[in-house]
Design a protein around this ligand. Structure first.
Ligand SMILES: Nc1ncnc2c1ncn2[C@@H]1O[C@H](COP(=O)(O)OP(=O)(O)OP(=O)(O)O)[C@@H](O)[C@H]1O
Ligand SMILES: [K+]
Ligand SMILES: [Mg+2]
Length: 697
């Protein structure tokens, strides 16, 4: 057979906020964005862009003929308007630079190793080398120790340990196996031991990594509903100020000609006035805020496939989590056989094993293993048994085998109870007690029946993931209600719910009931987040506003969600909510700041701009700036520099605190509203003084 060499798996490296290596390219990129097409994306900045062009033309006119004002002044205004545009471009480029670096490191994961394509989907059959680009959905490949998994897929045979550090950054290997909720594998990860037969789940270009790359690269292209609403507000403000400014010109001309006032206002000054009044601070930083939000999600090891979901995360008020695999480790293992009165442990183990021979779930496999370990019950030849196997489903919550007339089942206590009641039998009190005891420990009881006769109960042990309780308490402080939903029985659910510290739980839930619960919350106007890993969670994930699938979960769960947590950490939602809230708050704060800024600029520019036309306006000149042209220059320079000053805030986001929304709003209004009014007074005065001291004006 041909030899296939494994290439080293590249790890995703994390990026700091201002990598100096990214500043140079961002500056170059800022100049590249000086095209009308790129500028048109932000209507506010487009107005500044047009203003820069007009003042440039006015400057050229002043050089070759009769200018409307001193050419030095026009040049200075023009240069600072160009800077304003460039600074906004730079903010966006810097944010994109981080995304691009993230996308590039993802692309490095796309391996070009050859896959071992199987002709028949069975281990031990022959394979031929195939390029990943030639693999189609439904093809099967063999992946052995040392091999890199070529494309996303589902394990259909085998158990192996897999190194997923390239995707998750987590160095501990994970187990991937057929059946159950741990069967999905991601392209670019590497099998460490044993082998897997994998059925390819995606066509070329549709793989998980491809979607991740598209997401980080396309972050600025898709505007979210929130962003669109804000853009409309900014455009409306821009239009109002445009109309106000444009009507000032004929007004000024009229005053001069008819009423005999001083000299008319110049177009250069009008453009400066307009640019200072329109919300350039938020207009220039809006795109960067969105791109940086997506980037922060990546940094948290969360892949969001929609910007809308990231925003919705900021407003979530209910979080639904499934139990097994999300709150618990999910690797439920049979730990003990509890026979019914009159039955021996060996008899129970024997029947339980028969019912599990073809059960590919981790639960089923663990029963076969326990029976072998404890009683040395050998696996029987399935073919010789003439048996028909009944596979587990989340709806029936049972599995088993029919051998001729003999019906063997194992499953959740309530469903098995119904099953035997149909046969006119009932549970013995001892069995019910055992079921309750196991449940109270937080374990899952599986009741085993042989032809209507209860043989006993198998205990499946599961472990609650570490550190969960503290994190749920934090969610509560944020005002988010946590609800655990599980297919397991009420007692087990109650035990795990108490251990994990969730606010509420729903037990014995079918996939339909999970879905129904989400719809109920949504109809009360709540925004619902759901975290799940299993195929039975997929409908609920598809319905939730923010749907986080565990990376360890099934392909179906990942397809249905709008986010994937690469670390498979159920409390990751905490960070997701924080990032969402931070993004919404950053936008809100900078919008407030941007609009509040106008007050100071109004007092700086209006008296200066019109003092030649209306000397009475001198009364408004509370800032006492050195000259009208210095006042206008200072305002324009401040307006440009404030964008640069606020870039770190736009990229990092305003600090989030787990306090109520009203308190947060009050605090932000105080800082960014009041600050927005006061800061420019100081800033403009300072710039005016510098210009004057150095004789620059
Ligand atoms: N292989 C199996 N054979 C028979 N019954 C099973 C098997 N696996 C699980 N069960 C029973 O079916 C119930 C429901 O399982 P399901 O996988 O739908 O939900 P769950 O994983 O327990 O909960 P969650 O929704 O939190 O993941 C389990 O609680 C258990 O009692
Ligand atoms: K402005
Ligand atoms: Mg599950």
């Amino acid at each position: 057979m041909p030899e296939i060499k494994a290439t080293p798996v590249v790890s995703r490296k994390s990026l700091t906020l201002f990598d100096t290596a990214m500043i140079g390219p961002a500056i170059v990129d800022a100049f590249k964005k000086l095209t009308p097409r790129a500028q048109w994306r932000s209507p506010v900045m487009f107005v500044v862009y047009v203003g820069s062009i007009i003042t440039t033309l006015l400057f050229i006119q002043s050089l070759i003929g009769q200018g409307e004002a001193n050419s030095g002044f026009i040049a200075a205004i023009s240069i600072w308007l160009w800077f304003t545009v460039l600074f906004a471009n730079f903010a966006e480029s810097l944010a994109e630079g981080r995304s691009k670096a993230q996308a590039a490191s993802l692309r490095a994961l796309k391996q070009t190793v050859l896959a071992k394509k199987l002709a028949t989907p069975k281990h031990g059959t022959t394979w031929l080398p195939a390029s990943p680009a030639d693999l189609r959905k439904g093809d099967t490949v063999l992946v052995e120790a040392g091999d890199v998994i070529p494309v996303d897929g589902e394990v259909i045979e085998g158990v192996a340990s897999v190194d997923e550090s390239a995707i998750t950054g987590e160095s501990a290997p994970v187990i991937r196996e057929s059946g159950g909720d741990f069967s999905s594998v991601t392209g670019g990860t590497r099998v460490l031991s044993d082998w897997l037969v994998v059925r390819i789940a995606v066509n070329p270009g549709e793989a998980f990594i491809d979607r991740m790359i598209a997401m980080v690269e396309g972050a600025k292209r898709q505007k979210t509903p929130n962003e669109i609403a804000l853009t409309i507000l900014l455009v409306a403000l821009t239009i109002i100020f445009l109309i106000v400014t444009v009507t000032l010109l004929p007004f000024s001309l009229y005053s001069v000609q008819v009423a005999g006032a001083g000299t008319p206002i110049t177009i250069t000054v009008l453009i400066a006035l307009l640019v200072c009044l329109i919300p350039t601070t938020i207009g220039g930083l809006l795109s960067a805020i969105g791109v940086a939000g997506m980037s922060r999600m990546m940094q948290a090891n969360v892949i969001a496939t929609s910007g809308r979901a990231v925003e919705a995360a900021g407003d979530v008020d209910v979080l639904l989590l499934d139990k097994t695999g999300t709150i618990t480790l999910g690797n439920r293992q049979a730990s003990e056989f509890y026979p019914a009165p009159g039955i021996t442990q060996i008899q129970l183990a024997d029947v339980a094993q028969l019912a599990s021979l073809a059960d590919e779930t981790p639960e089923g496999r663990s029963i076969v293993i326990l029976a072998k370990q404890q009683y040395n019950i050998r696996e029987r030849d399935i073919a010789a048994l003439n048996a028909h196997f009944v596979h587990f489903s989340a709806q029936t919550r049972m599995s088993g085998v029919d051998m001729g007339e003999r019906v063997i089942r194992k499953g959740a206590a309530d469903t098995v109870k119904k099953h035997i009641e149909l046969l006119g039998r009932s549970f013995l009190i001892e069995v019910s007690n055992t079921v309750d005891d196991i449940s109270r420990r937080g374990s899952t009881p599986l009741v085993v029946v042989d032809d209507g006769r209860v043989m006993g109960v198998v205990e499946l042990k599961d472990i609650v993931k570490g550190g969960i309780k503290e994190r749920f308490a934090e969610l509560r402080r944020m005002g988010i209600k946590t609800v655990m939903i599980t297919g397991d029985n009420k007692l087990t659910a109650a035990a795990i719910a108490a251990e994990a510290g969730v606010d509420d739980f729903l037990a014995e839930a079918t996939p339909e009931q999970k879905l129904k619960l989400i719809r109920e919350y949504q109809s009360q106007g709540r925004l619902v987040a759901m975290t799940g890993d299993g195929t039975n969670d997929a409908p609920a994930l598809a319905q939730a506003d923010v749907a986080v699938a565990m990376n360890s979960g099934t392909q179906a769960a990942k397809e249905a969600g709008n986010m994937v947590d690469l670390d498979s950490n159920p409390t990751k939602l905490l960070e997701i909510v924080e990032i969402g809230k931070q993004m919404l708050m950053t936008r809100g704060s900078l919008t407030t700041f941007s609009i509040a800024n106008d007050v100071a600029k109004y007092f700086a520019i209006i008296p200066a701009a019109f003092v030649t036309t209306y000397p009475q306006l001198k009364a408004l000149d509370i800032m006492q700036l050195s000259s009208p042209s210095s006042a206008i220059m200072s305002a324009v320079i401040f307006n440009a520099l404030i964008i640069v000053v606020l870039i770190p805030l736009a990229l990092k986001g305003v600090k989030y605190r787990a306090v109520g929304a009203a308190a947060l709003l009050r605090r932000n209004m105080l800082i960014y509203g009041l600050g927005g009014i006061l800061v420019p007074f100081v800033g403009i005065k300072l710039i005016d003084m510098i210009l004057t001291v150095f004789g620059l004006i």
